[in-house]
Design a protein around this ligand. Structure first.
Ligand SMILES: O=C(O)CCC(=O)C(=O)O
Ligand SMILES: [Fe+2]
Length: 322
């Protein structure tokens, strides 16, 4: 285990060592993940087994894309009514609620793949991201198995539910590029929101900038090199019937005005056609459903229309208890 993995203070987002999750350490790691998801909705995951070379390549290819001239990136820009593609605050076309006040980013769907907005430049962008997304899917499903076990249901419950009848989950990326503050008149970030999806794996560069709302205060996360910052999203809050709440967070540029910042997220969620509601296994007379069900497609459509706005998406699905 790397030393940084051990040395985090307790008031920080929990740091979890994934080594041995499929062997002797499974029960310990399962408990740590459940505790982190209940108390923070966030944790950093070390020794997760993903190749560092792939993590470096996906960062490199993403930076290369953002450094391209605007006319090249315009080839894959977001179009009205569509959320995938390249978005920049200066684009009139990106002035949707979702993209307003957000820094430059690229967002795409990998399951099922949306080919029309995969950039051809840099040429390895598409294949690198596809390879990376596949690896993250496997890791996410290993983490979801432990979360299922914490809910006292079989290990494959959450992934089966989210893969749905076509046996494929929703898998999307979002790469945020925050230019150095000194280069911009109005440095933008990613406004406060909870992720509408189920679980997010974020790879950050060395720059801090992600903040999590904890007890009504914004707490910064200092990224550990080669760790993933994992967080609970709205669909997992619904599926777990509120046991694992999604958490409000925001992305800021680097504090150092000379430094750029890059964050790379993979969102794992339910297949668009899946109806998502609390797992039936968790419900009985004394545990009624706390959220109403809807397809993930419907949830995302409302999210896109509303934009990033704290936890308002999930609040609208809460069932008032008598
Ligand atoms: O930039 C970050 O660290 C966070 C970005 C984020 O939360 C998102 O894109 O959903
Ligand atoms: Fe987010």
């Amino acid at each position: 285990m790397d030393s940084e993995c051990k040395s985090q203070l307790h008031e920080r987002v929990p740091v979890i060592d994934f080594e041995g999750f499929d062997g002797p350490n499974r029960e310990k790691i399962r408990r740590e993940i459940a505790e982190a998801c209940e108390s923070w909705g966030f944790f950093q995951l070390c020794n997760h087994g993903l190749h560092q070379d792939l993590m470096r390549r996906v960062k490199d290819v993403s930076k290369e894309f953002f450094y391209l001239p605007e006319e090249e990136k315009m080839k894959v820009k977001v179009k009205p009514g569509v959320i995938q593609g390249w978005s920049h605050p200066s684009l009139a076309a990106s002035a949707s609620k979702l993209t307003a006040n957000s820094t430059e980013y690229y967002h795409n769907l990998f399951k099922p793949l949306r080919e029309d907005v995969v950039p051809l430049n840099p040429p390895t962008f598409g294949i690198t991201w596809i390879e990376y997304a596949e690896q993250i899917q496997a890791l996410a499903e290993n983490v979801l198995a432990l979360i299922s076990e914490s809910l006292n249901v079989p290990s494959d419950t959450l992934t089966k539910r989210m893969r749905g009848p076509t046996d494929s989950p929703y898998l999307a990326n979002k790469v945020n590029y925050y230019p150095p503050r000194k280069d911009t008149v109005d440095p933008l970030g990613v406004p406060s929101h909870s992720d509408p999806t189920a679980i997010t794996f974020l790879l950050a560069d060395d720059e801090a900038g992600l903040e999590v709302k904890k007890d009504d205060k914004w707490m910064p996360i200092n990224p550990i090199e080669n760790a993933f910052i994992v967080n609970v999203g709205d669909q997992l809050e619904i599926l777990s019937n509120g046991r694992f709440p999604s958490v409000d967070h925001r992305g800021l540029p680097s504090k150092n005005p000379e430094h750029e910042r890059l964050s790379l997220a993979i969102f794992y969620s339910a297949n668009m056609k899946c109806v998502v509601g609390p797992l039936e296994e968790l419900l009985d007379e004394s545990h009624p459903p706390l959220y109403s069900a809807c397809t993930f497609e419907e949830y995302m459509a409302k999210f896109a229309a509303r934009g990033l706005d704290g936890k308002t998406g999930i609040a609208s699905r809460q069932i008032k208890q008598e």
